[in-house]
Design a protein around this ligand. Structure first.
Ligand code: QV4
Ligand code: CA
Length: 479
């Protein structure tokens, strides 16, 4: 349950936050598949409460398990999963099963279902009063594990997963999407559910669909949202026997580093230790849909697309480092942290428009996953394979470099001084194209060419004023 089931030697998933299913399918075929991405996390797919002004977070207030949201319906979902699997890109669904909606009157869903929220009546499932934790209480003390799991998170009506009927409805929903060909789930608010209840639910899930191309007896990839920065009653380690856990410390610490608050040289032993989970238990990112806008944990240290140079450096480090299963965020532009995705007057989500020249997105979509530097680091990661970090170098300050075995080499400069150094790259002798400043086009490198000598040494030059403080070369891009 910790294996993302990437096809062949693919790597890294992207969260296409709030994208429509048809657009995701197109993106799998025209970009993610060809580029080497391993999978896509999609926003919650089951029917949610329609809220005034359509904030993004309405999708975390379920009204039923019907697949019907602003991203599409069950048939467009099924077709997306098929089309993405066909180009070797896996689909992961964000599952919201800790709770249903908060109070709303009237409560009408994206699939037309209604609910009487104050009496906990959700006829489209159906759930009723007895399926929710009682007595009703709200979470305020995170030092009390029972309160965190049995009370309401921000007024969201809290399902009781110890009840057989509740379990059966959750299992039925997840099994339905397994049979449609998904490879995994993000378990929203896992911290707010008892591990023993989740264990029972997970144990009843079907194997992945052989009809959709998964090897026999493959188990669903499970990664759980348990925010544990230390100091609370609930520990991330309580969930690692069940699946992976999203390691929130990762992006917070790296955000702090690449904002310049810590010297990069201290990243030499980054990974296990550092208060991070063991690598094989962790799913990591620089930012997510919550903490990029001040929800969840992390606050102002989180780096986002809004600080592009530092963000790309932190992402390059994430993808170059062997720790964890990596996820890349793909956002829409916002200033108001509540605002939903780009939409028309009727609230229908707009498709991202892609600039044919640059391959970047327009009309409100940021598409970090298409940024040249990020997309190229995804390739770097799959070329690096499982090779260890070798040839670590630092200037005793904010300049670092390391190789991944003899497949790939990266240098980062977060210093006020230029980086101009002969460094051991670990790579075979030859001419390499720096994938950050350019690419190989018609057999020519459009960016910096790096010459590695017979001894594996190359001259590395990253000016302090460079647009990107990164240089990255690997055996897949020689010129
Ligand atoms: C408000 C008040 C409450 C009051 C309630 C009563 O704040 O005090 O009890 O009204 O009516 C929205 C609003 C929130 C509102 C709530 C109910 O922001 O103010 O409560 O709706 O109407 C997302 C957003 C939340 C949003 C929620 C539901 O982040 O702001 O709440 O969706 O729309 C913790 C958890 C972690 C969680 C994180 C944000 O441990 O699990 O907080 N992260 C996940 C998701 C996240 C999502 C949820 C959980 C809930 O990643 O996106 O919350 O599904 O760290
Ligand atoms: Ca709960």
């Amino acid at each position: 349950q910790k294996d993302p089931h990437y096809k062949d030697d693919r790597d890294t998933m992207v969260h296409l936050f709030e994208w429509k299913f048809d657009d995701i399918a197109d993106e799998c075929e025209r970009f993610l598949g060809p580029m080497g991405y391993g999978g896509v996390q999609v926003s919650p797919i089951n029917e949610n409460l329609i809220m005034r002004n359509r904030p993004w977070y309405e999708r975390y207030q379920p009204l039923s398990f019907k697949i019907n949201t602003r991203s599409g319906n069950e048939s467009s979902f099924a077709s997306m999963v098929k089309r993405c699997n066909a180009v070797d890109v896996r689909i992961y669904v964000d599952i919201v099963v800790n709770h249903m909606s908060g109070d709303a009157n009237p409560a009408v869903g994206t699939g037309g279902s209604t609910a009487n929220t104050s009496s906990r009546s959700y006829p489209a499932v159906p759930f009723s009063f007895a399926d929710f934790h009682q007595p009703v209480c709200s979470i305020s003390n995170y030092n009390n594990a029972t309160e965190v799991r049995n009370c309401e998170l921000s007024g969201l009506h809290d399902l009781d997963q110890s009840k057989e009927y509740v379990r059966s409805k959750i299992v039925e929903f997840i099994n339905r999407i397994i049979d449609l060909g998904v490879a995994g789930i993000r378990v929203d608010a896992a911290k707010h559910m008892w591990p023993q209840d989740l264990k029972v639910i997970y144990s009843r899930l079907n194997n992945l669909s052989v009809a959709h191309g998964f090897p026999a007896k493959s188990r669903l990839f499970i990664y759980q949202e348990v925010i544990d920065l230390g100091g609370e009653a609930i520990k991330k380690g309580e969930y690692t026997s069940l699946g992976r856990v999203i390691e929130f410390t990762f992006g917070i610490v790296l955000g702090n580093f690449f904002r310049g608050n810590e010297q990069l040289k201290f990243l030499k032993n980054w990974g296990n230790g550092w208060g991070l989970l063991p690598s094989e238990d962790a799913l990591v990112m620089i930012d997510n849909h919550d903490n990029q806008r001040g929800h969840g944990a992390g606050g102002a240290t989180i780096l986002t697309y809004k600080l592009p140079k530092q963000y790309k450096m932190a992402t390059a480090f994430e993808l170059a480092h062997p720790y964890g299963t990596t996820r890349v965020m793909s956002s829409f532009n916002f200033t108001d942290p509540s605002i939903g995705p780009p939409a028309d007057k009727n609230g229908s989500i707009l498709s991202p428009e892609i600039d044919p020249k640059t391959g970047t997105c327009k009309n409100g979509w940021i598409c970090e996953h298409r940024w040249h530097q990020i997309q190229q680091m995804v390739v770097f990661r799959l070329v690096a394979k499982n090779d260890p970090i070798n040839n670590w170098w630092d200037n005793d300050g904010d300049q670092i470099a390391f190789s991944r075995g003899s497949n790939a080499f990266i240098a980062l400069n977060n210093d006020d001084e230029d980086l101009k150094q002969s460094l051991v790259t670990g790579l075979p002798a030859g001419k390499y194209c720096d994938v950050i400043t350019g690419q190989v086009k018609n057999n020519k490198c459009t960016g910096k060419t790096v010459e590695v000598g017979k001894n594996g040494v190359a001259f590395v030059d990253i000016p302090a004023s460079a647009e990107d403080g990164v240089l990255a070369i690997h055996i897949g891009r020689q010129s």
